[in-house]
Design a binder for this molecule. Structure first.
Ligand SMILES: Cc1cc2nc3c(=O)[nH]c(=O)nc-3n(C[C@H](O)[C@H](O)[C@H](O)COP(=O)(O)O)c2cc1C
Length: 189
């Protein structure tokens, strides 16, 4: 087997084996893997090289404040039982990262910047996955709540949240499938 085939297989395996994971074991993720993942994320394709992303790695205080905010939002929208459940589940998640994208008055530029941020997040989660670390990209209500921007000191006029990325070593890695290739592929003459 040539080196190229081996490298291509490794990339394919990395892409295929990454799974969105909601449950994590109680084991800290080495900081160097997280920092390397953020560094690598920025090598995403990016039209005009605007580098529209920003990565906020939450420490203990901001993590606890965000969990409290999730609890409050869920309480107000869905009631106390679900709020307590969400807060408990969130408290068991070891890694918290918020990824923002620059706002722009130019709709096309903002769309392209958002696409680049999505590619960056995928780079990040693929790299973590290669280290056995799973993630869940969340776009839940907290990611659009003004109080999150306030507590993380993010200027909501200049940035929006692309994702809250939870990560850690998985306790259960779910099975996933995709539909037949034919349903999403057309080859033209
Ligand atoms: C932009 C984006 C937003 C997502 N938001 C959520 C979310 O809020 N909650 C959630 O459970 N999963 C969310 N996901 C993860 C998807 O549910 C997940 O990718 C899908 O179930 C396929 O699973 P896989 O990632 O393991 O292939 C999001 C994924 C993307 C790309």
């Amino acid at each position: 087997m040539s080196d190229t085939v081996t490298a291509a297989d490794a990339v394919a395996d990395c892409i295929r084996s990454r799974r969105t994971t909601k449950l994590f074991i109680d084991r800290p993720v080495p900081r160097e893997h997280v920092l390397a993942a953020i560094e690598l994320a920025r090598w995403a394709p990016n039209h005009h090289l605007t580098e529209p992303w920003h990565f906020y790695l939450l420490g203990e205080q901001s993590r606890l404040q965000t969990i409290e905010l999730i609890k409050t939002i869920t309480h107000d929208n869905k009631g106390p039982e679900l709020a307590a459940f969400k807060a408990e589940s969130a408290a068991a998640i070891p890694g918290w990262l918020v990824v923002t994208c620059k706002r722009s008055s130019d709709a096309l530029l903002e769309r392209e910047d958002y696409a680049a941020c999505c590619c960056a997040i995928h780079n990040l989660t693929l790299y973590l996955s290669a280290h056995g670390i799973s993630a869940k990209w969340s776009t839940g209500p907290v990611t659009r709540d003004a109080r999150l921007f306030e507590l993380l000191n993010i200027d909501a006029d200049r940035k929006f949240v692309v994702g809250l990325i939870w990560f850690g070593y998985p306790s259960v890695k779910p099975e996933q499938s995709r539909s037949e290739l034919d349903s999403s592929f057309t080859e033209l003459d």
